[in-house]
Design a protein around this ligand. Structure first.
Ligand code: SF4
Length: 326
């Protein structure tokens, strides 16, 4: 069975972009692959080092989102990145052979600094794609589910491992491939990519009245001002979500929007209804699990017990190849 490795940073509440772009995809993958899903607390520290007191709470929140989103601890291995110190040691080794220019050319480096400010431009943040490489290489990942914007990280990982193999003349690492998600860029309320930092997100924990308020503010087709104006659903963000959450009605909505027989107000009302309905079971499960934090911790500890020996073996092989195995 091929192995999938992926993770998320515990930096706060998850939104629909995370659910559609990652978790829903992971839920499907758990049926067909050996899945290792981790919580990237070191990565969180790279941008949230000033709010490190929130990381522990966010780890539990993320575990709640993983499980209530449909991930099954019987099928997947969950672990906290910092519970596997072998990843950090491998990262250190890889960072010694990675030219600075390779890390600098990752597009997300400049994008994130632009978005979050010069404060995050640390040595650790520059090296986060190298840490990501260690995340995948330590577990011999075959496939890494990613959005289009993360493909350069997989490419960098492959370049680093090839350089390692070339320098130390040993084939240690397994080349991971990117697996593109079905929903690579989920639009937010303002049409930009849904993101906490753009304040344009619908969160998985949003109550129906909050969802209603947010859906009302969705940017739709600017040419459709009155109900009778023919619309262009293909450029409408509300229609994007109708296609996901209102599959049976999609073609009728599309037809009526184009014909000018459906207005944006009832269309948004319908989206609020189906969206609230879709999130309700997830919110209920989340609430029930939240009463058992010890259960979440147990899952993470059991996952680390299973994952650590794999990473240790890879690390030992890498050190042997370098000649550091006294
Ligand atoms: S009717 Fe619906 S699909 Fe058409 S533009 Fe308005 S919100 Fe979008």
């Amino acid at each position: 069975m091929k192995r999938i490795v992926s993770g998320m940073r515990p930096t706060g509440k998850l939104h629909l972009g995370h659910l559609l772009g990652a978790i829903a995809n992971w839920v499907e993958l758990q049926k067909h692959y050996e899945c290792f899903y981790f919580i990237a607390d070191w990565h969180a520290l790279s941008t949230a080092f000033k709010a490190s007191d929130k990381i522990n709470a966010n780890v539990r929140e993320l575990m709640l989102d993983y499980l209530s989103g449909g991930l099954d601890p019987e099928k997947c291995t969950f672990y906290l990145q910092s519970h596997i110190p072998e990843i950090a040691e491998l990262h250190l080794i890889l960072s010694m052979i990675t030219p600075v220019s390779w890390a600098e050319r990752c597009p997300s480096y400049k994008d994130q600094i632009q978005e979050l400010g010069q404060d995050i431009a640390t040595y650790g943040f520059l090296g986060y794609p190298v840490l990501m490489s260690a995340d995948f290489l330590a577990f011999k990942a075959d496939l890494v589910p990613v959005g289009q914007d993360q493909l350069p990280h997989i490419e960098l990982c492959r370049e680093i491992l090839r350089r390692f193999h070339f320098l130390y003349n040993r084939e240690i690492f397994h080349e991971p491939q990117g697996l593109l998600t079905q929903y690579p860029a989920v639009p937010g309320l303002d049409g930009r990519k849904m993101s906490k930092s753009y304040d344009n997100a619908i969160y998985l924990s949003d109550a129906p009245e909050i969802i209603e308020k947010k859906v009302k503010s969705f940017i739709t087709d600017p040419a459709k001002i009155y109900k009778n104006d023919p619309g262009h659903p293909e450029i409408c963000n509300v229609f994007y979500f109708q296609k996901v959450y209102n599959v049976d009605q999609t073609s009728e909505i599309e037809k009526s929007c184009k014909a000018g027989t459906l207005g944006c107000v009832p269309c948004k009302k319908e989206l609020t209804r189906v969206l609230s309905q879709a999130l309700a079971p997830l919110q209920e499960k989340r609430k029930a699990l939240a009463d058992h934090p010890e259960y979440l911790d147990e899952i993470l500890h059991a996952g680390a017990l299973k994952a650590r020996p794999i990473a240790l073996q890879v690390l030992q092989e890498a050190k042997q190849a370098i000649g550091m195995n006294l």
